[in-house]
Design a protein around this ligand. Structure first.
Ligand code: FES
Length: 599
């Protein structure tokens, strides 16, 4: 028995010697000024749950239970907990589940992103506070996986993400449909009068036919693939459907891995490196992943003291220039996550990407990524090559996601170029039609008198991290109804907000600094101004002189000094005071690796 494993019970109460361990039940004792009494009291209470000394002497593996009646994406969490416990107990650990908050996209006002940092704080603090030797973190819906990775990396105890998995696609009049790319396509068709109210009601019944996360390459699936690429979970854990038996086996395997990870004390800050993040970004580009993942990956990277400042927005651009889009899934392509899984999933993708990957990156298995791939060869078959293209025949040559800069986005903006529906808009010059905020957009976008043509550029301000706390996914501005009904399907749209990973179009997002910052050049764009976007040269420019730009900013700063906003209380106040900009991950400044000391 090692010194860190269970000492004799008597040792716990021997007042002449210090508590002999920093693991299991003996770690992180509540402060009463008498450590032996703290442990004695802890055992009194834990025994109320019926645990024996034998059970309590095992490595303690926490399981974060994020089941919620308001989170259908996590609807299988109870089954996953059962399977995870099986894996833990079969391998000599003790499973102890506990709750944290759970955040689902459609049930979180103002946005789930507003609550991501709160969930990361909950996750970090509960992992820190409780006597865990390792922790399985069950997440799935868009913001839960990044929140858990952010919190887990900051807590820096052994952590094992476990994803709930994608839902299955549904069927409408003989066509497969699935949340949520098809939610948006069909809603746009309904707005344009192409389908009627009866049909949209039928479609509503079929878009999410099972529990699980959105079944396309939206933010949830993107974060699942990225978590696997970071080396933090079994590769098939990224894509096994939520309702499959494979998903339960991934949970059992994660439980088994957790016991080993606890014994080996593999901490996330030791496993994750610059190379792990480069692999994650390669995968992000190759899957045509969600633009939201750029914000989340920046927040995750900036929690790691050795990676903060090493991975920047420009890293996404540099990696993108060398990485083709290979995965044919909606919204960039045509298929669904269960197709990706059946085609070989992340194992097939990583074998295909092998020449581009950093194979020395560590993984949660104790092996390097290269060793993991060597141990699991993949033999391709026709479906695998249809869904996961070879490097020689990509879906999109390079740079699925691009980073643009220019006088209205000096700190960058992001576009999923591969999801553009009208590629001519990737090089476009046109007059701006500016909406001051979401309410202004809702009021005027369908006004028949709105002066707008298909060549106009729709600009939405004040939906950035501070401007509309939580940075809503309102960046996919709807096509004005009068243009939609004429058949216009895509326009160039620019905002400082985000867009759902399931959405498509020629959309520029995350403009930084956001317009709510008084000095923001994006905040001074006016209706009628000419904007030029050139994706090839990665530029986004407002066609006014530097003097005019400066004059407008100075006038705006002076006006902002006069109007004072009321101070917000509670979490909202904390959010507004502490959130950083999109290019840094929209995290709280006091939570990043350089945000201060933490004992
Ligand atoms: Fe939860 Fe899409 S709404 S993953």
């Amino acid at each position: 028995m090692s010194q860190d494993e269970a000492p004799p019970i008597a040792g716990d109460y021997d007042l002449s010697t210090p508590i002999p361990s920093t693991s299991g039940l003996r770690q992180g004792l509540t402060s009463y000024g008498d450590a032996h009494f703290s442990l004695f009291l802890r055992k009194v209470f834990v025994k109320a749950l019926g645990y024996s000394e034998d059970a309590l002497s095992r490595p303690i593996i926490g399981i974060i239970n994020t089941y919620s009646g308001f989170n259908p994406c996590h609807g299988n969490v109870p089954q996953l907990i059962e399977a995870t416990k099986r894996g833990i107990h079969l391998n000599g650990g003790l499973a102890v589940e506990f709750p944290t908050i759970s955040v689902a996209e459609s049930f979180s006002a103002p946005t789930s992103m507003f609550l991501r940092n709160l969930m990361s704080m909950d996750t970090e603090e509960m992992i820190r506070a409780q006597p865990l030797d390792a922790c399985v973190m069950i997440g799935g819906c868009d913001k839960t996986v990044p929140a858990q990775l952010m919190g887990g990396i900051s807590a820096n105890k052994p952590i094992l993400p476990l994803i709930t998995g994608p839902m299955m696609p549904g069927s409408h009049r003989g066509k497969r449909i699935g949340a949520c790319t098809d939610c948006r396509n069909n809603w746009a068709a309904f707005r344009a009068g192409e389908i009627d109210i009866e049909e949209i009601s039928e479609i509503n019944e079929e878009l999410a036919p099972t529990i699980g996360t959105c079944g396309v390459m939206g933010t949830a699936s993107t974060m699942a693939c990225i978590t696997a690429a970071l080396g933090m979970m079994p590769l098939r854990g990224a894509s096994a459907p939520a309702v499959s038996s494979a998903r339960a086996r991934v949970a059992e395997e994660t439980g088994a891995n957790a016991v080993r990870t606890a014994r080996e004390k593999w901490k996330p800050q030791d496993i994750l490196s610059k190379e792990s993040f480069l692999n994650a970004i390669i995968v992000l580009q190759a899957i045509g992943g969600s633009t939201n993942a750029v914000v989340h990956l920046m927040a995750i990277a900036n929690r790691h003291p050795k990676v903060q400042g090493v991975i920047t927005l420009q890293t996404f651009e540099e990696v993108g220039r060398k990485t083709p889009l290979l995965v044919d899934l909606k919204p960039s392509g045509d298929n669904y996550m269960n197709d990706f899984h059946n085609a070989g999933g992340m194992l097939a993708l990583l074998h295909t990407l092998r020449p581009l990957l950093y194979l020395s990156a560590k993984t949660i298995t104790g092996q390097t990524l290269g060793e993991v791939l060597d141990a699991s060869p993949f033999k391709e078959f026709p479906l695998s090559r249809q869904i996961i293209r070879p490097l020689s025949n990509p879906l999109y040559p390079t740079s699925s996601l691009v980073v643009l800069t220019g006088n209205i986005a000096p700190n960058g903006a992001v576009m999923k170029a591969s999801a553009s529906k009208d590629r001519s808009l990737l090089k476009h010059k046109g007059p701006a039609v500016v909406f001051a905020n979401s309410a202004d957009l809702a009021k005027r976008i369908d006004d028949p008198d709105l002066e707008v043509t298909k060549d106009s550029i729709l600009v939405l301000q004040n939906i950035g991290p501070i401007g509309n706390p939580g940075m809503p996914e309102a960046g996919l501005l709807p096509i004005p109804r009068k243009l939609a009904s004429q058949g216009v399907k895509d326009m160039l749209r620019i905002s400082d907000g985000r867009m759902s990973g399931t959405a498509g179009g020629t959309i520029i997002l995350h403009v930084s600094p956001e317009s709510a910052v008084p000095e923001s050049p994006f905040g001074i764009v006016q209706t009628g101004d000419i904007i030029t976007c050139d994706v090839e040269s990665r530029t986004l420019r407002l066609e006014i002189s530097d003097e005019e730009l400066k004059k407008r900013i100075e006038a705006r700063v002076a006006a902002t000094k006069v109007e004072k906003k009321p101070k917000q209380r509670g979490y909202r106040g904390l959010y507004e005071r502490s959130v950083n900009q999109a290019q840094d991950g929209a995290d709280f400044d006091f939570l990043t690796a350089d945000g201060g000391e933490r004992d």
